[in-house]
Write a protein that binds this ligand. Structure first.
Ligand SMILES: [Zn+2]
Length: 276
């Protein structure tokens, strides 16, 4: 699933559409229109004033009316002539082409083979984030996100790994960057969140890793490709994620282990990340 850096990469690739008018909006898969406050037709004829992001959500700002997009497992925003879309899918008008945004500057498909992605029309963003308990964005709202993280971590006895994945504690972090952040600071993924002494450092380091990953245009795992067809290169920087059985890049003595925590694989070095 794309995490903050991958979603930010998508937002940047789509940003040339800012100021474009949505001339038509065709929903092929009704399931994509999820918990929305209005019908898709209400957006036709409106100007897309800005493309923003909070955590893993893409925000299409139509001026007091927003579409929030969650890409989930396989969602991609692609120009309608993209070679990534198989000819068979295109010719059969498949539900995998969840919807089509027709702008006066070009047409985009929300191509999503597994169909878990969603679009949600929202009028009041602040209310929505509160309702869904989405923490402030660690890149865009650094100080608010830091303050929120410090408080939320201090109040939970859950494992550090589970907390980093919790969007109500820090927005945008998923399995890859959570594992990398805990390794970078030498924190065992099962450490009780409230017992972590370096909570401020954990926030700063997680943020730094996210920023570095944004510069690399994200990670290419699970065949993730950006809307302009360019793959991210952060996979080359990964120290522990997906490296089970390989020697630890820090101590070079122990091997990276894999442990399932709250249903997700955690990758870590038992020597460098001691339980406290
Ligand atoms: Zn190690």
């Amino acid at each position: 699933m794309p995490e903050l850096p991958e979603v930010e990469t998508v937002a940047r690739a789509l940003r040339p559409l800012e100021g474009a008018r949505l001339t038509n909006f065709i929903v092929n898969d009704k399931k994509v229109w999820f918990e929305s406050e209005c019908e898709p037709e209400e957006f036709i004829g409106k100007n897309l004033t800005a493309i923003k992001r909070r955590g893993k959500y893409l925000i299409y700002d139509f001026g007091n009316l927003y579409i929030l997009q969650h890409l989930r497992m396989t969602g991609k925003m692609l120009p309608d002539d993209s070679a990534i879309i198989p000819a068979k899918i295109r010719s059969t008008n498949s539900k995998q082409l969840r919807c089509e945004f027709r702008f006066d500057r070009g047409n985009y498909f929300f191509y999503d083979p597994r169909r878990f992605g969603t679009l949600t029309a929202v009028r009041d963003l602040a209310h929505y984030w509160k309702k869904k308990k989405i923490a402030p964005d660690p890149i865009e709202e650094e100080s608010a996100a830091r303050e929120h993280f410090m408080q939320a971590m201090g109040n939970t006895k859950r494992p550090a790994k589970a907390s980093l994945l919790d969007q109500s504690i820090i927005a945008g972090v998923g399995n890859i960057y959570a594992d990398e952040a805990l390794f970078a600071l030498g924190i065992h993924p099962l450490t009780i969140s409230a017992r972590i002494k370096k909570t401020a450092e954990l926030f700063s380091l997680t943020r730094a890793i996210l920023e570095k990953a944004i510069k690399a245009r994200g990670t290419t795992v699970y065949n993730y490709v950006n809307p302009d067809g360019v793959a991210g290169s952060y996979a080359l920087e990964l120290k522990v994620y997906g490296r089970t059985g390989e020697p630890c890049p820090r101590c070079k003595t122990k091997k990276i282990q894999r442990l399932v925590i709250t249903g997700r694989s955690s990758h870590f070095c038992a020597h460098c990340q001691k339980r406290s």
